[in-house]
Ligand binder design. Structure first.
Ligand code: TYD
Ligand code: MG
Length: 455
């Protein structure tokens, strides 16, 4: 047999190259291509005889299907994000920056599950058992029956897991430390991580245990190593947050057994993570109501309404090319709003720097924030503070029209609950609640500018 040629695999995207190069053609990353053994992890054993499967008619299955069997943690912010608890036999990847609190979250989850009588095994490849215990003590979890193991070798881990009573949930912290004897490349490479994750997923499917895999994220926000890991697992959760703030957000980006776009909000304290049941109160906590350039956006995160403050600063520039800086929102979307303001409202911003910030380090992806952003911008430019008791939402089109968005009633209900008595929203919005609020509909951005200027 001819000697297998080595391959060169990009550690960022997993693309295979025939020769080494400084830059990966596939993803454009520099210095990510590493030589690996092509047989690694694929198993060069003897060919096995194919086994015939038996396709089943979809209709024949009716009646037998139940809801996916789930394990509830009782931590409602965590259960919300997973869609009602961890699903048995499935694999969940929890990604996040180093030090953001992944191990803390999972230790608390493990303790909560253990208290409910589930068998949990926590495999740490990064910390010794004594260190994990120390953390558990700080989290008031040391009195639970969570089993700890400090292993990094995939075969050893599988042997450990196979021993004793079947586990209901296994936590692997983290996938970057996994290495297998089947894969010949160095620990930490794509092949090693992929092989390790594959073995863990197979174990979960075979035994019906729920598998939670922890993955570190690189500085550009990807799970370090292969993107392919995200495709292999059933659900991907990101744990994120701003280092300057003490709250953390757990966000679903993929979920085969539940909704995506859900968030769970936690606050980091000296006793670990605390659930935040009403995030709007947290995000609106530091408001300065009288200053121009601030507008409260009534947003939706999955099924839950969240109110956040959009802050804008528009100031004359001394530079040839004015600055546009955005934190927490899409910069392309800001450019669009600025262009619409210039083209349809006669608002000249070519000689102004524009800074946009979402308060508290929160990140918004909804286009419904357009109206709040436009309001904050116009308010800052005009030097006129917006009414403190008003919320804003609506999508802005390129023609300057303000378009209706989904879940109007829920947004308004949340605003009322938090003491807001007015709202500026798109005309033609359905389902306006009857409550006591003053809901004003607005047709276009020129109307908005006239309204703010006239106030
Ligand atoms: P950790 O869970 O180790 O992060 P990760 O596993 O994502 O790398 O969290 C570490 C950070 O959390 C560290 O900066 C200290 C902080 N922390 C607290 O503030 N309170 C606590 O009770 C614990 C356990 C950690
Ligand atoms: Mg950790």
């Amino acid at each position: 047999m001819a000697k297998a040629r080595t391959q060169f695999i990009c550690q960022s995207c997993g693309a295979v190259h025939n020769r080494w190069a400084g830059k990966c053609d596939n993803c454009g990353e520099w210095n990510t291509i590493v030589e690996e053994d092509p047989m690694g992890g694929i198993g060069g054993g003897p060919a096995k005889t194919p086994k015939k499967g038996r396709p089943v008619a979809l209709t024949a299955l009716s009646g037998e299907i139940e809801e996916a069997p789930r394990i509830h943690t009782g931590i409602s912010e965590l259960d919300r994000v997973t869609g009602g608890g961890f699903v048995r036999g499935s694999a969940v990847l929890v990604g996040g920056d180093p030090g953001i609190g992944k191990s803390t979250l999972l230790m608390q989850g493990a303790a909560a599950l253990s208290r409910r009588g589930h068998k949990i095994i926590y495999v740490s490849g990064e910390e010794a058992v004594a260190q994990v215990r120390l953390r558990a003590q700080r989290l008031n979890a040391a009195d639970t029956d969570v089993m700890l193991a400090a292993e990094t070798n995939v075969e050893d881990i599988l042997a450990t897991l196979a021993e004793g009573k079947r586990a209901d949930l296994v936590i692997i912290d983290s996938i970057q430390t996994l290495w297998s004897e089947l894969a010949e490349s160095a620990p930490g490479t794509v092949t090693q991580v992929r092989t390790g994750v594959q073995s863990m997923i197979r174990f979960a499917k075979q035994t019906g245990a729920a598998m939670v895999l922890v993955g570190h994220v690189t500085k550009d926000g990807q799970i370090a190593g292969p993107r392919v890991v995200e495709h292999m697992v059933d659900a991907v959760l990101y744990f994120e947050g701003d280092r300057g703030h003490h709250y953390r957000i757990l966000r679903t980006v993929k979920n085969r057994f539940g909704p995506t776009d859900e968030i769970g909000v936690f606050e980091m304290s000296d006793k670990g993570l605390r659930e935040v049941a009403n995030p709007s109160e947290l995000f609106l906590g530091e408001r300065n109501e009288k200053s121009p350039g601030a507008a409260v956006f009534a947003g939706m995160e999955g099924t839950r309404p969240v109110l956040v403050e959009v802050q804008a600063l528009v100031a004359p520039t001394s530079l040839g090319t004015p600055r546009r800086a955005v934190v927490g929102w899409d910069s392309a979307r800001l450019s669009m709003i600025l262009a619409v303001l210039e083209a349809h409202c006669g608002v000249r911003l070519g000689q102004h720097d524009v800074y946009l910030n979402i308060a508290g380090g929160f990140r918004i992806s909804e286009p419904a924030a357009d109206l709040a952003v436009a309001s904050a911008l116009v308010s800052s430019l005009a030097g006129i503070a917006l009414p403190a008791d008003c919320v804003y939402f609506g999508e802005v089109s390129l023609s300057g029209a303000v378009r209706p968005v989904a879940q109007t009633a829920q947004r308004l209900k949340e605003a009322e609950k938090l003491g807001f008595s007015a709202a500026l929203l798109p005309s033609g919005s359905a389902e306006l609640p009857k409550g006591s609020g003053r809901w004003s509909e607005i047709e276009s951005l020129p109307d908005l500018v006239a309204r703010i200027a006239g106030s």
